[in-house]
Ligand binder design. Structure first.
Ligand SMILES: *Cc1c(COP(=O)(O)O)cnc(C)c1O
Length: 404
């Protein structure tokens, strides 16, 4: 395959800057193809992918299982709607139910849509109980998506700015603070919603025992517990759901990002008693349960739950943790490495201007949250050699930033 010319790419970028909404600040490269944890741009430049499209390309690029699943769908129906069943959706829902404590699955396309479904289900369930519970308690520094319900649930001012009025009924508590939660959850609370690890908030892992205590508090007070596993689910942290690390079972769980390895697929899972509230007519999604997306979802779920796969995620995660620790000892700007499995972050004491650009110059795709946390979420399939290459490149980028 011949690489595109530089002037072609330049004119493409110029057209993109004009025609696409300016709500993003994309790097000036046009990605074209990939293999494993490596991607290439149109001009044939090679990058080690330490972001995986923000925890989405869970099996890396061009994984044989995903190619097979895609090929298997060619020549069949691309869409069935929810007026009819399709086999991949049934099979994937069945696997999700087997692999978790949930009993039923609702499919959609994105994380925000899964969050909307979860909020609606929680309210509707409490409404049907006739108990007047309609409020939600979520965490400060959380991130749940960009729809009105999801930005309201998101406990960060910057996502609300200029979009008011927000959805009524939300209250926020500091993440990891059990006392604050105890003072806030009351007889009006429909559900508490939390991420098991705050992803966009800066890869924040709650104190041990926190989620377990939240579960107990919800049970005592009669509130549902929604865990947003859009970023942490499907093996990202070394368990199928991150909640498993703490032995916590949610009433409602949301999934998306890595579930279909790159195609848009979200899901909301719930236990039977709660799920019963979504009777026909209460909620829907035209594209929900798309057979192509679900076929890829099935391939991802089978791959990550194969024997040994998640042990490797844990090992590779430890490999990153060791390196982050070394950075913290070597570079005063690196103050703390944290995370679980292959969702990792290193907190910076000050912004490293140009870090992402410097990393790209070193051949590594990286991500910085709010200027202060370098987030690592490579493909779950990344090899040791690839991981070392990525970490070496990031280290050179830090050095380059510090050298000015
Ligand atoms: C990314 C993310 C979302 C939103 O997902 P979209 O697919 O962008 O709508 C929701 N919750 C968490 C925890 C996320 O990381």
């Amino acid at each position: 395959m011949s690489a595109g010319s530089v002037s072609d790419s330049q004119s493409l970028l110029d057209r993109g800057r004009k025609a696409l909404m300016a709500n993003y600040r994309p790097a000036p490269i046009v990605l074209e193809r990939g293999e494993g944890a490596v991607v290439h741009d149109r001009e044939g430049r090679r990058y080690l992918d330490m972001v995986a499209g923000v925890a989405v390309s869970s099996l890396g690029h061009n994984h044989p299982r995903l190619r097979e699943a895609l090929q298997e769908r060619i020549g069949k129906v691309l869409h069935t709607s929810n007026l009819y069943y399709n086999e991949p959706a049934i099979r994937l829902a069945g696997r999700l139910v087997e692999l978790t404590s949930a009993d039923r699955v609702f499919f959609c396309q994105s994380g925000a849509e899964a969050i909307e479904a979860a909020l609606k289900l929680a309210r509707r369930y409490q409404h049907d109980q006739g108990n007047g519970r309609s409020g939600f308690v979520t965490a400060l520094q959380s991130f749940h998506g960009r729809t009105f319900g999801a930005i309201t649930a998101t406990g960060q001012e910057k996502y609300h700015q200029g979009f008011e009025p927000l959805v009524p009924g939300f209250r926020y508590v500091p993440y990891g603070d059990l006392e604050a939660l105890g003072q806030t959850v009351d007889e009006t609370t429909a559900a508490v919603m939390l991420e098991p690890i705050q992803g966009e908030g800066g890869v924040l892992v709650p104190p041990p025992g926190y989620l377990q205590a939240v579960r107990e508090l919800c049970d005592q007070r009669g509130a549902l517990l929604i865990l947003d596993e859009v970023q942490t689910g499907i093996g990202r942290t070394g368990r199928f759901l991150a909640a498993e690390h703490e032995g916590v079972v949610a009433d409602i769980t949301t999934l998306a990002k890595g579930m279909a390895g790159g195609l848009p697929l979200g899901a909301m899972l719930a236990r039977e008693q709660v799920a019963q509230a979504l009777v026909p007519g209460t909620h829907a999604s035209t594209f929900g349960g798309n057979p192509v997306c679900c076929a890829l979802g099935l391939a991802v779920v089978e791959t990550v739950t194969a024997p040994g796969f998640m042990d490797r995620v844990v090992e590779q995660g430890e490999r990153i943790a060791v390196r982050l620790q070394r950075w913290c000892e070597r570079f005063p700007v690196c103050v703390e490495g944290r995370g679980r499995g292959l969702l990792r972050g290193v907190e910076l004491s000050a912004e490293l201007p140009g870090f992402v650009d410097r990393a790209r110059e070193q051949g590594v795709l990286s991500n910085v949250i709010g200027g202060r946390v370098i987030r690592l979420a490579p493909p779950l399939t990344i090899t040791e050699a690839e991981l070392d290459e990525g970490l070496d490149g990031l280290e050179r980028a830090i050095e380059a930033c510090l050298a000015g």
